[in-house]
Design a protein around this ligand. Structure first.
Ligand code: PMP
Length: 487
């Protein structure tokens, strides 16, 4: 069922015909998934895996209402948005109804990358400025412009490096960053990190450059499941606007109720925090390619005033809009935001209790169903336990749980499961993790276990150098490194 080739045939054909830079999860022993339902994925042998990482299958894999909405519309009509169609306008009306009032105009596109690329065009057109401020280790998409604003990619050894028009602010990480909650237990962290952005803007101005905008995820996923300190965005937005730029919230991973309390993660910090542009994607189509940019009437109008038409062949087609509408309706009908809060709180609180006895866990953090568990070799020095994280991910898979690791040191276990994740799923996850953490005491992985320790390829140049100077075995294994970091 769902399989026409044997697994080894699939692997062979993939090697022969698919671009080799498209890497697989569990590279040395990839999974072949043939069907999925809810929060579960099934391999070709019928093994069931608990999916803790798929934030695209937001309302659950193959949700029947979403599938039906797409199928029905596909059997009726699919065409471009130069014809009037109800799905497009109803979808736009619904999406904007979930946003703060000024964000009232939509552009429909087909991927998070397209959304962010259009957001940059809007920002530059509206402000007539050029430069962009970003946060370190961010990932915003795979188009040329977005690689340029994604240190996660441009800092790789084979990457293209930082462009002059890009200004990189430090990760506002209160656990590991330059300002920590230990040193600053009050509420000054948000201001301290925001001041770094002010310094960047000042330097840019001194160099004769002009800021078009600031783009950031409202919670930093590739940065290691980091929740920026309170008041950070409020201060940064003020600084950016004073510098003449607009503020873009990338909600591609964090949107559509993942954080439980609200539809969008930018709303968590402050009710009054209103971005000028919001980009959404991934969960929006539950797997179907649909994404959007939501902005103010004023910004949309300035784009129109250029006289350059915006046309996107597939953006906003009736099928994509039917699917997106069904996703939003299911989130509401099934109270999935409330579920994210209930299950997320239980998961985070239980993890915090369980992890107290494991010194390899340095920090547990999260909101709703967006959770990170940071592994360290030493709680005081916070030396990253990268090997342990890679090992745990591998052992979890052997226990039929799909998990990933990420962050600048690839030492943060990352959970962002479908929103139908249940209390039982959370308890099961915790039980297995509790057992596996015993195997990586002090961050040391069992020596008889041949793992491809560090995902060196996913590291910045500096970090990579430090790993390359490590044991020879590691150097040899670089090319085989397990790839479980993921955007
Ligand atoms: N922004 C963020 C925060 C993302 O995580 C991603 C995808 N991982 C993108 C943008 C790009 O989205 P897509 O892959 O749909 O182009």
């Amino acid at each position: 069922h769902g399989e026409t080739l044997t697994k080894s045939e699939t692997i062979n054909l993939r090697q022969k015909y698919v671009g080799p830079s498209c890497t697989l999860f569990y590279k040395t022993d990839p999974l072949k998934i043939v069907r999925a339902e809810g929060q579960y994925m099934y391999d070709e042998k019928g093994n069931r895996f608990l999916d803790c990482i798929n934030n695209v299958a937001h309302v659950g894999h193959c949700h029947p209402e979403v599938v039906k909405a797409g199928c029905d519309q596909m059997a009726t009509l699919n065409t471009n948005n130069r014809f009037l169609h109800d799905n497009l306008v109803v979808c736009a009306q619904k999406l904007t109804s979930l946003m703060p009032k000024p964000l009232s105009v939509c552009f429909f596109v087909n991927s998070g990358s397209e959304a962010n690329d259009l957001a940059l065009r809007l920002a530059r057109t509206y402000t007539k400025n050029n430069d962009i401020v970003i946060i370190d280790h961010a990932y915003h998409g795979h188009l040329s412009t977005l690689i340029d604003i994604s240190p996660y990619k441009f800092n790789l050894p084979g990457g293209s490096g930082k462009q002059d028009w890009v200004h990189v602010a430090p990760i506002p990480d209160s656990y590991r960053g330059q300002y920590t909650k230990e040193k600053y237990p009050g509420d000054e962290l948000g201001t301290l990190y925001a001041e770094e952005v002010r310094a960047l803007c000042k330097e840019a101005k001194n160099n004769g450059r002009s800021i078009a905008g600031f783009i950031a995820e409202s919670m930093l996923s590739c940065g290691g499941q980091v929740i920026p300190p309170s008041n950070y965005f409020k201060n940064v937005y003020k600084i950016i606007r004073e510098a003449g730029g607009v503020c873009i919230a990338d909600e591609v991973q964090t949107g559509f109720g993942r954080v439980g309390k609200s539809w969008w993660a930018f709303e968590l910090q402050d009710d009054d925090l209103i971005p000028d542009i919001v980009t959404v994607g991934k969960p929006m189509g539950n797997g179907h390619p649909v994404a959007a940019v939501i902005t103010t009437r004023e910004i949309a109008q300035s784009f129109k005033n250029t006289g350059v038409e915006y046309f996107n062949t597939y953006g906003g087609n009736p099928v994509s809009c039917a699917v997106a509408l069904a996703v939003m309706n299911v989130i509401e009908k099934k109270n999935l935001k409330e579920n994210a809060t209930r299950v997320g709180n239980h998961l985070i609180n239980s993890l915090k209790i369980m992890c107290k006895k494991h010194t390899v866990v340095g920090d547990v953090r999260g909101v709703g169903l967006f959770v990170g568990i940071e592994l360290v070799k030493d709680q005081i020095t916070k030396e990253p336990a990268t090997d342990a994280a890679v090992y745990v991910v591998k052992r979890m898979r052997e226990n039929f749980i799909l998990l990933s690791s990420d962050g600048p040191y690839n030492n943060v276990l990352k959970l962002k499961p479908p929103m139908v994740f249940s209390l039982e799923n959370a308890d099961h996850f915790i039980k297995i993790l509790d057992e596996l953490l015993l195997e990586v005491k002090d961050g040391v992985v069992p020596t008889n276990d041949v793992i491809h320790a560090n995902n060196v390829k996913a590291m910045s140049k500096d970090l990579q150098d430090s790993f390359l100077n490590g044991p020879t075995e590691r150097k040899i294994r670089i090319d085989e490194a397990e790839s479980m970091t993921g955007n």
